[in-house]
Design a protein around this ligand. Structure first.
Ligand code: FAD
Ligand code: EPU
Length: 331
C-alpha cells in the first residue's frame, strides 16, 4: 500500500494498493498487456481530486514528458505536449517563444493531460480555444486512439472524459495551436484593472500572464501551503426566467451571460451569502478569501471535506433553490 497524501493537493490521506509511474505510452501498453484487466485510477498533479475513500485499483501516475513543434506556418504553431508535463511550465515555455493563447491560463496547477478532462478555464479563456487534438490509450483494450475537438465534446468544466468516457482512457499527448502574432484577451474585468494600475495600455501576452498570476495569487490558496483543489463547485448556469426571479429577490446578485441564453451566477457569491466564508468544520474550511474553494487546514480527511461540501450545498439549495454541482473529481 502507498499513501497518496503527497499526490493530491488537498493533502488528504488515502491508500493505493499500487502506485505505478507511467513515463511513456509504450511503457503503459506493456504494463496493460502484462496485467489482468482491472480498474485503474489515473493521477496527474492530483489538483482536482478529493479522496473520500482509497481507490479500489492501482494508481497510474502520469509522468509522460516532451514538448515538440509538429506544424508551423507564418501565423500559427501547433505543439504536441507529453501529458505528464506541468501545465504552468508549458505556459511559461509558450511565453518564452511569444506564442499566444495560453497566457490567461497561467498558474493553473496540474498536468497537461488532465487539462482536457474538465476543459480547464480561467479569465475568459478555456483549453478548447487552442485545442487541436489529443492521443489516448484505452485502458481495457490497449487501443491507441486520436480524439478531435468534436470527439471531446467540451463544455464549461466538462468534456466527454467526464461523461461517457470517464475513467476509460489514459491521455498521453495533447496538441495545441498557438498564435505567432498574439492578440491579447483582457475581457475579464480584473485583468483590465491590474493592467491599468500598472499603466500598461498595450499589454503583451507576458503582461497578461503576470496580471493573471497576480490576481490568482491574491485570492486562491497555494496548495503547497494550504490543501485545496481550486473551485470545489461549478458556477451554476440558470435558465433566464429562473435567474430573473432570483434577481427580483436579490437585486445585487452578480451574473454573466452563458450559452443558450442562460445566466451564470458565481457559486462563490451564493455560498458567501449563506454565511460560509471562513467557516470550518474541524479542519475542513470554506476559504476566507474565496468561498468557492474548500481547504484542508491540516489533517482533515476526505470524508470531512465532503461532509462540509454537503452542508454548503444543502444551505445554498435552501436559501436560493439552486443545486450546486461539484467540480472536483470525487473518488
Ligand atoms: P488530477 O487531479 O490528477 O486529475 C483530475 C482528473 O483527471 C481525475 O479524474 C483523473 O483521473 C483524470 N486524469 C488526470 N490525468 C489524466 C490523463 N492523463 N488521462 C486521463 N485522465 C486523467 N481548474 C480550472 O479549470 N481553472 C482554474 O482556474 C483552476 N484553478 C485552480 C487553482 C488551484 C489552487 C487548484 C488547486 C486547482 C485549480 N484548478 C483549476 C483545478 C485543476 O488545476 C485542474 O483541473 C487541472 O487540470 C488538474 O490537473 P491534475 O494533473 O492535477 O489532475
Ligand atoms: N464571489 C463572491 N464571494 C466569493 C467568491 C466570489 O461574492 O467568496 C463573486 C464575486 O462577485 C466575484 C465573482 O464571484 O466577482 C467571481 O469570482 P472569481 O473571479 O474569483 O471567479 P469564480 O467564478 O469564483 C471561476 C472559476 C475559477 C477561475 C476563475 C477566473 C469556476 C468553478 N471557477 O471562479 O476556476 O480561476 O473563475 O476565471 O468556474 C477552478 O476551476 O478550480 C478555478 C479556480
Amino acid at each position: 500500500m502507498t499513501s497518496l497524501k503527497t499526490y493530491n493537493t488537498f493533502g488528504v490521506d488515502a491508500l493505493a494498493p499500487e502506485l505505478l509511474v507511467v513515463e511513456s505510452g509504450e511503457q503503459l501498453l506493456e504494463l496493460l498487456s502484462t496485467r489482468a484487466k482491472r480498474p485503474y485510477l489515473i493521477l496527474g498533479g492530483g489538483s482536482n481530486v478529493l479522496f473520500r475513500q482509497s481507490p479500489g485499483g492501482a494508481v497510474l501516475l502520469n509522468r509522460i514528458k516532451g514538448k515538440v513543434v509538429v506544424e508551423e506556418t507564418d501565423s500559427e504553431v501547433t505543439v504536441g505536449i507529453g501529458a505528464g508535463e506541468n501545465w504552468h511550465e508549458l505556459v511559461l515555455w509558450t511565453l518564452e517563444h511569444n506564442w499566444g493563447g495560453l497566457e490567461n491560463l497561467s498558474l493553473i496547477p496540474g498536468t497537461v493531460g488532465a487539462a482536457p478532462i474538465q476543459n480547464i478555464g480561467a479569465y475568459g479563456v478555456e483549453l478548447k480555444d487552442t485545442f487541436a487534438g489529443l492521443e489516448a490509450i484505452e485502458l481495457r483494450s490497449g487501443e491507441e486512439l486520436v480524439f478531435s475537438m468534436e470527439d471531446c465534446a467540451f463544455g464549461y468544466r466538462d468534456s466527454y472524459f467526464k461523461r461517457a468516457g470517464k475513467g476509460k482512457y489514459f491521455i498521453t499527448r495533447v496538441y495545441l495551436t498557438l498564435q505567432k502574432q498574439p492578440v491579447v484577451n483582457v475581457s475579464y474585468g480584473a485583468i483590465k484593472e491590474v493592467l491599468q494600475a500598472a499603466n500598461i495600455d498595450q499589454p503583451t501576452i507576458q503582461d497578461v500572464s503576470r496580471a493573471v498570476v497576480e490576481i490568482r495569487s491574491s485570492k486562491l490558496p497555494d496548495p503547497a501551503l494550504i490543501g485545496n483543489a481550486g473551485s470545489f463547485f461549478k458556477n451554476p448556469e440558470l435558465e433566464a426566467e429562473r435567474f430573473y426571479r432570483l434577481e427580483a429577490e436579490y437585486p445585487q446578485i452578480p451574473h454573466f451571460s452563458a450559452p443558450g441564453g442562460r445566466v451564470k451566477v458565481p457559486a462563490g457569491w451564493l455560498i458567501e451569502q449563506c454565511g460560509w466564508k471562513g467557516q470550518r468544520r474541524g479542519n475542513a474550511c470554506c476559504y476566507e478569501k474565496q468561498a468557492l474553494v474548500l481547504v484542508n487546514l491540516g489533517g482533515a480527511t476526505g470524508a470531512e471535506i465532503w461532509a462540509l461540501a454537503q452542508e454548503i450545498m444543502a444551505s445554498v439549495k435552501e436559501k436560493f433553490g439552486v443545486v450546486l454541482e461539484v467540480e472536483v473529481n470525487v473518488i
